[in-house]
Design a protein around this ligand. Structure first.
Ligand SMILES: Nc1ncnc2c1ncn2[C@@H]1O[C@H](COP(=O)(O)OP(=O)(O)OP(=O)(O)O)[C@@H](O)[C@H]1O
Ligand SMILES: [Mg+2]
Length: 385
């Protein structure tokens, strides 16, 4: 199952917007255009659906409440609404499923978020339509989605599972290296740092060994002197990754992840996530800390992983600013979404027909589309003092 289409109302900087997704989608836009906010739609749906500690109220409150989520451009209509359309195969015209969630604050001094609309469509049949009779009798029911309730979602469990399987990767090397020292809250479902090592630790041993051995090959190609990679647990039971480098003394021993370079850690994160499970993968700026030559290979790497595993139905959404990444001529025009900040909120744009002509003539997304994300008076920044 894939997400083919998303329709948004009042979600952060998207007042009214919609976009088409492909198997791999590249989300481009200037700083603050809304790329991370776009990815957050899917993290939000995951947070509602997740079996432990999920639910609409928590997902909204974890984001600072409705006032933070609701589009500042919203006027009379206070409802926030997300619609997601699924297809079984990407080439399918007709949706197999459709999930719609709309909510707004209850008002009158209460801080609950009330569902204004929850709909599930199986092909063209509406199998959930809320508010329903029970909701009208007991309005408290409208504080919980059917999506988050195992009992209520049995007819569309596959949608709940799809959302639960969504992975977000935005590895912050400092958090991973100094996670234990920094302490504090860890966001388990979003591997920024230590959560990433735990994800590796939770993976079945055989799978872990096989994935890490593939990563070892890739790292030895991308990171000079890199030789071996292994997973260990320390005396406290905490998971670690260790590496050996060729230029070290023969018995210099293994180095822990806190001595890995930032780029090594980020590449490791990307390579692990690409092999991990089948769900929608959200990759935030994979280019960070990586060498230009490595970045250029990322689109190819993704293609190879997707093609190498027939069972791997992974869908990937990538935010990027990288010219190197987008200079790869293999990127399909249909897989590019360009976010543009406008007066009434951000719009989601596909590649225009004119631009397609330029791409067909051999130019790359970096040549044709990336310059469109440049802020208007950016040259002035150089005269800043
Ligand atoms: N509720 C809201 N209504 C309108 N705009 C909002 C809302 N919440 C956040 N924003 C705006 O969204 C912008 C940030 O968007 P986001 O973080 O998605 O940008 P981005 O494209 O990921 O940028 P970068 O490339 O810098 O990471 C900010 O300018 C912020 O003001
Ligand atoms: Mg961002």
């Amino acid at each position: 199952m894939y997400i083919k289409h998303v329709v948004l109302k009042n979600w952060r900087n998207f007042r009214n917007a919609e976009g088409e997704l492909s198997q791999v989608s590249y989300v481009l836009g200037a700083n603050a255009a809304g790329k991370s906010n776009f990815l957050d739609i899917f993290r939000f749906l995951r947070d509602i659906a997740k079996p432990e500690g999920g639910g609409l109220q928590k997902a909204v409150n974890d984001r600072g409440g409705v006032s933070k989520i609701r589009c500042l451009h919203a006027r009379h209509d206070p409802e926030i609404r997300i619609e997601v359309v699924f297809v079984e195969k990407l080439e399918d015209e007709n949706p197999s499923w459709r999930y719609i969630i709309g909510f707004k604050p209850e008002g009158r001094g209460k801080h609950r978020n009330i569902i204004s609309c929850e709909e599930v469509w199986k092909q063209d049949k509406k199998i959930v339509a809320r508010p329903n009779i029970q909701d009208k009798k007991d309005s408290l029911l409208l504080t919980e989605t059917y999506l988050e309730q195992t009992r209520a979602n049995n007819e569309f469990r596959n949608i709940a599972e799809f959302f639960q399987n969504i992975t977000y990767l935005h590895l912050v090397p400092q958090l991973l290296k100094y996670g234990e020292k920094i302490g504090g809250n860890r966001i388990e479902d979003d591997p920024f740092g230590q959560g990433f090592l735990e994800r590796i630790a939770k993976t079945q041993e055989r799978t872990r060994i096989s994935r890490l051995s593939k990563i070892e090959v890739a790292l030895s190609q991308a990171v000079p002197q890199f030789k071996e990679l292994r997973f260990v647990k320390d005396e406290m039971g905490h998971p670690h990754l260790e590496a050996k480098y060729e230029h070290h003394r023969p018995n210099a021993g293994w180095q822990r992840e806190d001595s890995f370079s930032d780029g090594t850690l980020r590449l490791l994160g990307i390579l692990w996530s690409l092999q991990d499970s089948n769900g929608l993968l959200l990759l935030e700026e994979p280019e960070l800390s990586l060498n230009q030559a490595v970045i250029q290979q990322i689109p190819l790497l993704i293609e190879r992983v997707l093609r190498s595993n027939r069972k791997n139905k992974r869908q990937i959404l990538i935010t990027t600013h990288s010219k190197d990444l987008l200079s790869n001529n293999g990127i399909d025009a249909d897989s590019v979404l360009v976010l543009k900040s406008e007066k009434e909120g951000t719009s989601i744009n596909e590649v225009s027909n004119n631009d397609r002509v330029a791409l067909d003539a051999g130019l790359s997304i970096a040549d044709v589309i990336l310059p469109q994300t440049k802020p208007k008076n950016i040259e002035q920044l150089g005269f800043w003092k």
